[in-house]
Write a protein that binds this ligand. Structure first.
Ligand code: DGJ
Length: 694
């Protein structure tokens, strides 16, 4: 007997089947199937033949492949009894709970006293599939590995795309050919981490940003993930995501995975990207006030570092406000005796040497300028050189002889007294002052990964948010070390990278847009000479790269020439004038004919307007710019196209392309087929092109 279920949204169908009470398997995932499709037939149509050298029946590639079925690849679950002896579950179907766009399939292993549930939901608007697994046991067991429900990967795909990175170099893409065996990625450092953004994209042959089919996955968990993309000897392909293996250290009766987000697209990688961007923005992030425009930030870190002086900070605030900033974020250095990074993490009491009259004079000044006030914490950390460590050396995670990271250790977030202490200290600061924003940092990896650490952090953030519901939080971990949908269930912005190098940032932002919308992606105009690369970029390039996301400034505004300040004011005022429609826009990555051009189209929700950011990140091989094709426009519609910053064309641009003279009116068909021919420019510059349907 075969039981089947289908989940549908526009342009996507997922079909699950249970055969003879076994575990369910995904028997179809891709473009929408007609309403009348016979799912029994679908379940049977994909059965593989058997030949020499194979088992008599092919073991199912189920939502949790089982070793007890002689499955020839990685199982979806690896468990042991409390005594350490391996357990080999064999689950049978129990029941299905069906809801609107949701399905929970329950299974049981009576002999071992285990219950396994695979949850699926599909969002009719964002098109996102959310899936997670739960495991319960009558007796305490040890869990080495539990995958979120296992998804098939397409056969007509030659490569897969995932992401690595490093400090100031996040979101580096890796393309790996499919071949027999496993591609495994695992973050074993206790955070999603710069080096392991938890995601996989599987483009079908010929797919690009703008066309073709693609499947994409993101695991929403901040404690480190494991991904397995495996091609079995029979050619079938499976994708597994779960917590990093062995990180659910404590034996227990109940375990659950994080949520695996998955989406199929027939509009290239952008179809997946838009699904993630919208789902994150409209379903996951909890905004204290959804209608409030994102404020322009000023963050003082790269201006003063630990050298806090109220008079200087007030001056910076005044200058930042004059440039257009609307939120002032007081970074590291305000507490303990934090004159450098060797001391005071964990103490969280205001440094009376730097702030003899408390924070009120600075906050009053900032608010008097019309700005909001935010403050930096790194709650999970402690310096051995701190009052907290002296009082509670037993509050740390790992041994006292561990290798330090940035001279600091990690607090054990599984200890209730640690979280109570942190709550009390942070809560006091938030109650004593008018602060509605926290930059929440995390600057070292854990001495060893343990899921309860992440659960403790989540619980602390949840408790603080319940006490201060109007406070927004930015997730930072030496830049983009904790960027994932798990932390973004509790925060509203990510500090994508410590790199304010506009050229590097352009690339990082471009890749991050495969998952992150503009509203959550912080990007700041850095110093003229970049502090992390030593490179010098023109203010226009720095300003436009930041203006492509949630904009802010992080340089010392005292270094700006009057011309630089004027450019920054102008770009910021453009950003403000356009932020409301851009907050709900999709970021569509463009297929650039010139590999030196990194370009994207931010398209309004109603399709009536867009802005294209085309950054020249290197010198081009050919002498003249290649036309840049746009995407997802109405072919029959006429658009007015204007290069907003055409006055920035250098004198070496000697010709007269139409867009250098002014606007042009052309059809969507022309823009998508031929593309925009831009003026010549220097490398490390950005053209900003506005388009309006007329
Ligand atoms: C690392 C962050 O990424 C920086 O922006 C800054 O907040 C420093 N930590 C402060 O120590």
């Amino acid at each position: 007997m075969i039981q089947t279920w289908r989940l549908d949204c526009p342009d996507q169908t997922l079909v699950l089947a249970v055969r003879d009470s076994a575990l369910a398997a995904i028997v179809y995932w891709g473009a929408s199937l007609p309403d009348g499709e016979n799912l029994q037939t679908i379940a049977r149509a994909g059965e593989l033949d058997v030949t020499g050298g194979m088992l008599d029946v092919n073991p199912a590639l189920s939502v949790c492949p089982q070793a007890s079925d002689s499955f020839p690849g990685q199982p979806g679950m690896t468990i042991r009894g409390e005594d350490g002896a391996p357990l080999m579950p064999k689950f049978s179907f129990e029941r299905a709970d069906e809801g609107q766009g949701a399905l929970a399939l329950h299974f049981r292993d009576v002999d071992l006293g285990l219950r396994y549930v695979a949850h699926f939901a599909i969002d009719a608007e964002t098109r996102m599939i959310s899936t997670r697994a739960e495991l319960e046991s009558d007796v305490v067991i040890r869990l080495d590995w539990l995958a979120a429900p296992v998804m098939p990967a397409p056969q007509l795909s030659d490569t897969m795309l995932d992401f690595s990175g490093r400090w100031v170099g996040e979101f580096q893409s890796n393309i790996t050919p499919w071949s027999a065996g496993i591609r495994m990625r695992e973050s074993r450092v206790g955070r999603s981490d710069h080096a392991h953004f938890p995601a996989l994209i599987v483009p079908c042959r010929g797919a690009s940003n703008t066309q073709g089919q693609a499947y994409a996955f993101h695991y929403g968990w901040s404690g480190g993930h494991r991904m397995i993309a495996e091609e079995l000897p029979d050619g079938r392909r499976q994708v597994q995501f779960g917590h990093a293996s062995g990180t659910q250290i404590t034996p227990a009766n109940r375990f659950e995975t994080g949520t695996l987000y998955a989406v199929y697209s027939n509009t290239g990688l952008n179809g997946c990207a838009v699904g993630f961007q919208r789902h994150l923005r409209d379903r996951i992030v909890e905004w204290p006030d959804r209608d409030r425009s994102r404020p322009v930030h000023y963050n003082c870190w790269e201006a003063v570092y630990f050298d806090h002086d109220v008079t200087v900070l007030k001056d910076l605030a005044t200058r930042a406000a004059a440039l257009g900033a609307e939120r002032f974020v007081l970074d590291d250095g305000w507490f303990g005796v934090r004159d450098d990074d060797t001391t005071s993490l964990g103490d969280w009491l205001l440094d009376a040497r730097k702030y003899p009259d408390g924070l009120t004079p600075l906050i009053d000044h900032v608010q008097g300028l019309g700005m909001r006030f935010g403050i930096w914490f790194e709650p999970e950390m402690v310096n051995p050189h701190s009052d907290l460590y002296k009082a509670h050396p037993d509050w740390i995670l790992g041994g006292s002889d561990q290798i330090l990271g940035r001279q600091q250790m990690v607090l054990d977030m599984a200890q209730p007294q640690v979280c109570d202490y942190l709550f009390a200290r942070i809560d006091t600061v938030l109650r004593n002052y008018q602060i509605d924003y926290i930059k929440w940092d995390h600057n070292r990896v854990l001495p060893y990964p343990d899921a309860v650490q992440t659960e403790g952090t989540y619980a602390l953030i949840d408790r603080l948010r319940a006490a201060h519901p109007m406070t927004e939080i930015e997730s930072c971990a030496s830049g983009g070390g904790r960027v994932d949908f798990g932390i973004l269930e509790r925060t509203q912005r990510v500090w994508l990278s410590d790199s304010n190098d506009a050229r590097e940032r352009l690339r990082i932002q471009h890749n991050a847009a495969l998952f992150l919308p503009m509203v959550v992606t912080g990007s700041h105009v850095g110093p003229r000479t970049c502090h992390t690369s030593g490179r010098v970029f023109d203010i226009r390039f720095r300003a436009w790269v930041a203006a492509a996301r949630h904009m802010g400034f992080e340089m010392d505004p005292r270094e700006l020439t009057s011309e630089e300040a004027e450019v920054l004011r102008e770009v910021t005022s453009w950003w403000k004038a356009n932020r409301d429609w851009r907050q709900d826009a999709d970021i569509l990555r463009l297929d650039s004919a010139d590999p030196s051009v990194i370009a994207e189209q931010q398209q309004a929700a109603d399709g009536g307007r867009f802005v294209v950011f085309a950054g020249l990140a290197d010198t081009s091989a050919q002498i003249a710019p290649r036309p840049l094709r746009l995407t997802q426009l109405d072919g029959a519609q006429m658009y007015r196209i204007t290069v907003l910053n055409r006055a920035d064309a250098p004198t070496l641009s000697r010709g007269s392309p139409l867009l250098k003279q002014g606007s042009m009116e052309v059809s969507g068909a022309y823009l998508m087929q031929n593309g925009i021919t831009l003026p010549w420019s220097f490398p490390d510059t950005m053209w900003v092109i506005e388009g309006v349907a007329i």
